[in-house]
Design a protein around this ligand. Sequence first.
Ligand SMILES: O=C(O)C1=C[C@@H](OP(=O)(O)O)[C@@H](O)[C@H](O)C1
Ligand SMILES: C=C(OP(=O)(O)O)C(=O)O
Length: 442
Amino acid sequence: MTDPLSSPRRFCASPPLTGRITIPGDKSISHRALMLSALAVGTSRVTGLLEGHDVLATAAAMRAMGARIERTGEGAWEIAGVGVGSLLQPAGALDMGNSGTSTRLLMGLVASHPITVTFTGDASLSGRPMGRVIDPLSQMGADIVASPGGRLPLMVRGLAPAIPLAYRLPMASAQVKSAVLLAALNTAGITEVIEPVPTRDHSERMLQAFGAELSVDTDSDGARHIRILGEAELKPQTIVVPGDPSSAAFFLVAALLVPGSDVTILNVGLNPTRAGLIDILRQMGGDIALLGAREVGGEPVADLHVRHSALRGIEVDPAVAPSMIDEFPIFFVAAALAQGRTVTTGLDELRVKESDRLAVMAAGLEAIGARAEESADGLVIDGSGGEPLPGGALIAGHLDHRICMSFAIAGLVSKAPVEIDDMAPVATSFPNFEALLAGLQP
Ligand SMILES: O=C(O)C1=C[C@@H](OP(=O)(O)O)[C@@H](O)[C@H](O)C1
Ligand SMILES: C=C(OP(=O)(O)O)C(=O)O
């Protein structure tokens, strides 16, 4: 039976994409802006906030725990914080929807407050592992009761004051790192997170901007040691959120693949911990120029001028993976149109996102006639050399926004239309995706 609320869509071979677009605010930075503003003493102002469902779930949760949060205009929000240590007991369970970042970071916040919070989520989120945050937060003293396999729904009973910790991350995860750093805010003494492989550093940057005492040192093995002094008093800020490079990625690849395209994507965040895709696409022969490089809200930003290019297959160094972790689904589409073979490894983390992105991408690419082989920790793709793909398949999006958008772009370079069973999940991170696409077409 078809879900009456689903939004099936068909994407067809496209004429050249041309024009300029502004993409919505960065999802990772938007979550953190709301959380830290809600913990500051006084009123913070945020502009460029991503108004996607994931970020709105964070806003609703912070409201339920006492912050006053108001939308004052498009992307413009005012947040009156409660102060570190003063989060209130919410009246009911917090529904995290589809958002792993909201869940894991908020579990960290709750872990060191004297409140008990139940977290719930949709079918995709309820299948994702939370053991990775349950472990360190339990060591800090939180009492966490989870569903079997360390899944949602789960309940966190915080401990205040919590116990400081030195924690070495067992996997490259900015969410786990951030959960511990946020728990540390209301923990006396110094908490340390050791990160053997660098991941996105928005939490560190924003904690420092809000006045937390946080230092980062890199040791001789390249591991980052992040130390934060607890019982911090956060000062309200004015935050400008840059455009999300993970959203820009879909139009970046679309412009490279659709013959004759010439697109400028304005105001894209280029934090080095997020910019891996641009480097890799350039190495493949992608014509991408960075214009007007500048700083916005403490983050590097530029406009991307992208033109259709013949891409060559590449072997992707697994060390680059964390800096393009959410971009692999759309990167695989680029590889499917490149000349020659693309090999990726070290991508086990893709199996625990909104869907198993290795399995779902391999199956979908095969369904539209691309040549993709799944290995234990990556995909091997033999590209079409710029020839359109056969297309003509129905793709299941598995409640995964990035899968839906990746196959939408694949449809633009396929002979027969590519149908997506439900584009509704796209609203979690990129509500105006289809409108922006339509605006680039004649
Ligand atoms: O910290 C964050 O904002 C995020 C971290 C990444 O997750 P992991 O920490 O699970 O790698 C990423 O996939 C997610 O979209 C956002
Ligand atoms: C993995 C993602 O998000 P989250 O973990 O917040 O659900 C994503 O946006 O690709």
